[in-house]
Design a protein around this ligand. Structure first.
Ligand code: ATP
Length: 425
């Protein structure tokens, strides 16, 4: 490691090692340049001499198989080189999936569906990103299904979503999130409504598996499925449900032997269950930080980020022109249910909501369903809106808005809206 006064540092990495760093300070900026050799960030290759900029909240690892020299400027809170990484094992998983894909291509069959499971903060999303990047780097076109309603990275938390991956993730911003297929769930943990969660996952699996038939390359590339970190009790039952719904052929279990053994016991023997170590670099997040990450993702959904900001605009809609619903009615004992209905059916019931001040600060999903007679749960959503400011005395209108103006701030009921449109699968 050599230091150039005021001009940053050069880090020489041997093969199979990685430079890990974290940035926690506000307004801090770290610039990384690959000077020599080959390196990648969670599976995306770095371009030599190109400057990559990272800001507050970044927790990254730049890995090299062959060895490299990195030039880094800026202040980091943590920065070290590690030679202990599970990257070779992750690469082997990719190689195994490639075998399935080649076979699928030859026989015009569906490619592998691989699920990544494990407790919270073990690097599930990162492993998905690595596997997807490796797949597109060898010319595949896989789907990425994110069933993690707690920290959903494609839409916002509380939803399950799928996108088509056509190129490697951007080093600084990850995968583009345009045109996802999103189903609304409405809670930040599957425990919020287990019946609904399973219904939404089944629908997502059904639709995406069906969509694979529409494109030969995607069909043989298969799906990488990310899951929630809730792996005990009902959480485990949700994982089994998802594995069944997707007909998973491989399950990668990160860092938990207990879960690995339970899955070995409970899934058919044709499913390959593989135990993988977590990377020592994965950063644990406190409850508060998870909360902050969710808020940050919602803000980004509406306003974009510094590199690609969104400038949403406002318009008014009368409440009488809106139809507001929530999914799931309060539980009733079986004896009170109409003949032929079970208490469970209440959990997926679409119930009308009257606009009241209680809606303020709630995020609402805009559905493509045209009426409640449609399959609302099984219809993908167009976008989200957020009720932000207080109700006035007289007005009963909502402002469908997104511009951060103080003028609209005063309107009776303000709703911020952003749409992602129809999915491109
Ligand atoms: P969750 O339980 O919330 O879904 P997760 O298991 O999906 O979490 P990740 O989101 O993949 O975990 O990783 C947590 C954090 O650790 C992320 O900010 C990621 O960038 C960081 N991280 C992952 N791998 C490494 C590594 N090798 N070195 C440094 N940081 C890493």
């Amino acid at each position: 490691m050599s230091e150039h006064q005021g001009r940053g540092q050069d880090y020489s990495l041997e093969g199979d090692s990685e430079l890990r760093f974290e940035i926690e300070q506000k307004d801090a900026k770290v610039v990384v340049t690959l000077v020599n050799g080959f390196a990648e960030l969670f599976g995306t290759e770095l371009v030599k001499k190109k400057k990559y900029e990272f800001g507050m909240g970044a927790k990254v690892a730049i890995f090299t198989y062959q060895g490299c020299v990195l030039h880094v400027t800026g202040k980091m809170d943590v920065c070290y080189i590690s030679k202990e990484t599970p990257m070779v094992q992750y690469l082997n998983c990719h190689a195994a999936l490639e075998q399935f894909r080649m076979e699928a291509e030859e026989k015009d069959r569906r490619g592998p569906v691989a699920m990544v499971v494990g407790p919270t903060d073990v690097g599930k999303s990162t492993l998905c990103r690595i596997l997807l990047n490796y797949a597109v780097r060898v010319g595949r076109r896989p789907l990425y299904a994110d069933l993690d309603v707690g920290q959903g990275a494609i839409a916002i938390s509380g939803n399950v979503a799928t996108i088509l991956i056509e190129r490697p993730a951007s080093v600084e911003e990850g995968f583009p999130k345009t045109a996802p297929l999103v189903y609304h769930f409405g809670h930040k943990s599957p425990s919020g409504n287990s019946v609904l969660y399973n219904a939404v996952v089944s629908k997502m699996a059904e639709v995406t598996l069906q969509s694979l038939n529409g494109n030969k390359r995607t069909k043989s590339s298969g799906i990488i499925v990310n899951t929630c970190g809730w792996v005990k009790g009902h959480g485990y039952a949700h994982l089994l449900h998802a594995a069944r719904a997707y007909g998973a052929c491989a399950i990668f279990v990160l860092d938990q032997e207990r879960l690995y053994n339970e899955l070995l016991r409970d899934v058919p023997s044709s499913v390959h269950v593989v135990l993988l170590p977590k990377s020592g670099g994965v950063v644990e997040r406190s409850k508060e930080l998870r909360h902050e990450c969710r808020d940050q993702r919602i803000k980004e959904y509406f306003y974009g980020n510094a590199r690609a900001p969104f400038y949403p605009f406002s318009f008014e809609v009368k409440f009488q022109d809106l139809r507001l619903y929530k999914i799931g009615a309060p539980p009733l004992p079986d004896s009170c249910m109409p003949i032929g209905m079970k208490a469970e059916d209440n959990k997926t019931k679409v119930v009308a909501v009257t606009p009241t001040p209680a809606l303020i600060h709630h995020v609402l999903a805009l559905t493509f369903a045209e009426s409640v007679e449609d399959d609302v749960i099984g219809t993908n959503i167009a976008g989200f809106c957020c009720h932000r400011s207080g109700y006035g005395k007289a007005s009963r209108d909502a402002t469908l808005a997104a511009a951060p103006t103080t003028a609209t701030e005063r309107s009776a009921a303000m709703v911020r809206a952003a749409v992602h449109g129809q999915p491109y699968l």
